[in-house]
Design a protein around this ligand. Structure first.
Ligand code: HDD
Length: 714
């Protein structure tokens, strides 16, 4: 183990080499007990007589069953369902002016990373497509120790102080008396809590937007959320906000689609990430930072320490400093994805905390939770968690200790061990906390600078396109429609009214209740008993009225690539091979994947007697699992109009605003479908077969992801 650490620091493979020590394979090996004894019969327990009782002395049976009985560990209290991958981070330009962190200064190093994405509220076995925040946790195995950036796919949070975290989580999780609903916030306890906590309104706008139903984990932004500090080698501090920008753009699905995907394939995101990496389509994100000098701390209309606020990119631009590539799936889900232990408190010299009260509370929570989840203070020794930097200290013993620390000295200072291990001076890389001056009274209070709960909710809402605003109104109508207590719905309308009168009115109309007039002034229940009625939320006018970066559709960094998109080809025997081939090769050249769907597996015969392998049948394939649909030409295609699943396929594609392309007989099917016809510009048809112009327009259209304009006519 020791030698590996010296050599494993050098490159992107460093962590992989480190993990090799713990990998095993049973190839060409005998089956044995855990003690290494070869097993002769793995099918029958030891009995007294063929039909007699089993014998307690059967150590092979006992060992097997005992281990099985203990296979499960508690799932994470939040973020239980996750998918992860290995990769590396490359720096574009040295950041020495701001931070002395080694991995942010040396552009020649590829720092290994392990990234876990997650939903928050649901259990381990819940659906990937829940309307929820997504966790975006990155472990950088740097040469100076592990740095964990434990963020989300949204840049703000529900609450301002860690004191409220257990309340928030209790409210959103399944209700305690009947454990319903699973992985859903659409229930009374969540909205009861939210309606009493106006500070959550900004985050509520994000969670009700399509950010909460991503198309793919590879198509989400990531955010460090809190303001952190960069510390340079002169011990100067700059505030910093971290951003991950996906190369494939940020995309969501329609809510009806999300619900159907949950039925068709609840592992949709997990599988998508897995398959992309297996196919060599390595997902990439660029790392961006917003840097704010210490002197500018109080220059904004909001408090940098308030995690319900973001720093608009129009005020402080995001500087792109590097790129992360995920290029390897885990070998073992439990060993890696389940046992990985992230902690916002895992930082390296050059990075430090701010006094954000949510972050400060997190610094306690993450080690604590690993103790109950992984069962031992030695969780840092689990292969996926251990650092590739040299690690020496006087911590000893505890459950399942792996390291065999030699020698008689386990204390500091010592003379018997030659004083080892030594403390490191700052110029030797020793970590020192930023020497911020703090002179204050001990109080249990919230700063008045945190009291503006609505301006940024308004900023977010106003920055959305009308389509995105409609989606927010629909999401709120769905969620609050499932709330049974009318008083909770009314309180929520009061809060929504602070964000936008029309939004409140639309949701109110759907809920069948008028926006309550006497609730113009929301009450903040998130205060101490002596402060009740004080510290009411204020609405401060932001300088930035609009921020395109907050909209998925207006975002200036929007990507029109169709790489890795899955396009369904609705086929049948007697299809035109040139029609299929022309579109398939055009899509593949653009990086997308054509999936051939037909009534049966095996191959389909083309009009000219060739054969095309079939990927899926209509019994398995569903529109919601694809990004777009193409119906080729061919005499046999006309028969598809009789196939029920094809009708459903087209209807769903249409209703979820997907682009549909069709040629000749295929185009006729679209025209004959009552609900669709060729009503809008998202339906691209031609009477010709193998039309290159059609594939060009289809690819261009797919780059827009969805033809959302169609929603108006649905
Ligand atoms: Fe947390 C897990 C992100 C606030 C307490 N959190 C967890 C994970 C992510 C986040 C991505 C999953 C890590 C993994 O994949 O293993 N959490 C956040 C963000 C927050 C946040 C972005 C606000 C900005 N969290 C937060 C607070 C507390 C916690 C305020 C407690 C005071 N979070 C936990 C936890 C978890 C966790 C209970 C559960 C499993 C784990 O830590 O390892 O400790």
């Amino acid at each position: 183990m020791k030698n590996s650490k010296k050599t494993n620091q050098d490159n992107a493979d460093g962590k992989q080499k480190d993990l090799e020590y713990n990998k095993s394979t049973a190839e060409n090996e005998f089956l044995t007990t855990n003690q290494g004894v070869k097993i002769n019969d793995n099918n029958n327990s030891l009995k007294s007589g063929e039909r007699g009782p089993s014998l307690l002395e059967d150590f092979i049976l006992r060992e097997k069953i005992t281990h099985f009985d203990h296979e499960r560990i508690p799932e994470r209290i939040v973020h239980a369902r996750g998918s992860a991958a290995h990769g590396y981070f490359e720096l574009y330009k040295p950041m020495g002016e701001y931070t002395k962190a080694g991995f942010l200064n040396d552009t020649t190093i590829k720092t290994p990373v392990f990234v876990r994405f997650s939903t928050v509220a649901g259990s381990r076995g819940s659906t990937d497509l829940a309307r929820d925040v997504r966790g975006f946790a990155v472990k950088f195995y740097t040469q100076e120790g592990n740095f964990d950036l434990v963020g989300n796919n949204m840049p703000v949070f529900f609450i301002q102080d860690a004191m409220k975290f257990p309340d928030l989580v209790h409210a959103v999780k399944a209700e305690p008396h009947n454990e319903i609903p699973q992985a859903a916030s659409a229930h009374d306890t969540f909205w009861d809590f939210i309606s009493l906590m106006p500070e959550s309104m900004h985050m509520i706008m994000w969670v009700m937007s399509d950010r909460a139903i991503p198309r793919s984990l590879r198509m989400m932004e990531g955010f460090g959320v809190h303001t952190f500090r960069f510390i340079n080698d002169k011990n100067e501090s700059h505030f910093v906000k971290f951003h991950w920008k996906p190369k494939l753009g940020t995309h969501g699905v329609a809510w009806d689609e999300a619900q159907k995907i949950s039925g068709k394939n609840s592992d949709f995101h997990k599988l998508d990430l897995w398959e992309a990496i297996e196919a060599g389509n390595f997902p990439e994100w660029e790392l961006g930072v917003q840097i704010i000098p210490e002197a500018d701390e109080h220059k904004f209309d909001f408090d940098l320490l308030d995690p319900t606020k973001l720093v608009p990119e129009e005020l402080v631009p995001v500087t792109i400093i590097g790129k992360m590539t995920l290029n390897k799936n885990p070998d073992n889900f439990f060993a890696e994805t389940e046992q990985v232990a992230f902690h916002p408190g895992h930082i390296v010299p050059g990075i430090d905390f701010s006094n954000d009260p949510l972050l400060q509370g997190r610094l306690f929570s993450y080690t604590d939770t690993q103790l109950s989840r992984l069962g031992s203070p030695n969780f840092h020794e689990i292969p996926i968690n251990r650092t590739i930097a040299p690690m020496h200290n006087n911590q000893r013993d505890g459950h399942m200790r792996q390291e065999i620390a030699t020698g008689r000295v386990s204390y500091h200072p010592n003379s018997l061990g030659g004083g080892c291990p030594f403390q490191a001076k700052m110029d030797q890389g020793g970590f020192t906390s930023f020497n911020e001056c703090v002179d204050a009274h001990k109080v249990r209070a919230r700063s008045a600078s945190f009291a503006d709960h609505f301006s940024q909710a308004v900023l977010f809402y106003n920055s959305q396109t009308p389509i995105e605003q409609d989606h927010i109104a629909s999401a709120l109508s769905f969620e609050l429609g499932k709330v049974e207590t009318v008083a909770i719905r009314e309180r929520m309308l009061g809060l929504l009214n602070q964000v936008d009168g029309d939004l409140a009115a639309t949701v109110g109309k759907n809920l069948g209740i008028p926006v309550p007039k006497n609730m113009e002034k929301p009450v903040n229940h998130g205060v101490g008993a002596d402060d009740e009625g004080k510290q009411e939320p204020t609405k401060v006018k932001q300088k930035t009225g609009n921020s395109d970066a907050l909209s998925m559709l207006k975002n200036p960094t929007i990507s029109d690539t169709i790489e890795t998109r899955q396009i369904a080809f609705l086929c049948n025997d007697n299809v035109s091979s040139s029609s299929v081939k022309t579109m398939k090769s055009a899509l593949e050249n653009a990086g997308a994947k054509a999936v051939i769907i037909a009534p049966h597996l095996g191959t389909i015969a083309t009009e000219d007697g060739a054969e095309i392998p079939v990927d899926q049948t209509y019994k398995i394939a569903a529109s919601v699992l694809f990004d777009g649909v193409f119906i080729p030409a061919g005499k046999g295609i006309s028969e598809l109009s009789k196939v029920k699943e094809v009708k459903e396929f087209l209807n769903d594609s249409y209703n979820h605003c997907k682009f549909i392309a069709a040629e000749a007989e295929g185009a006729q099917i679209v025209k004959n479908q009552n609900d669709i016809k060729d009503k809008d510009a998202g339906i691209i048809t031609t009477e010709k077969a193998a039309d290159k112009a059609l594939s060009t327009s289809f690819i261009k259209a797919l780059g827009r992801h969805r033809f959302w304009e169609r929603e108006k006519s649905l």
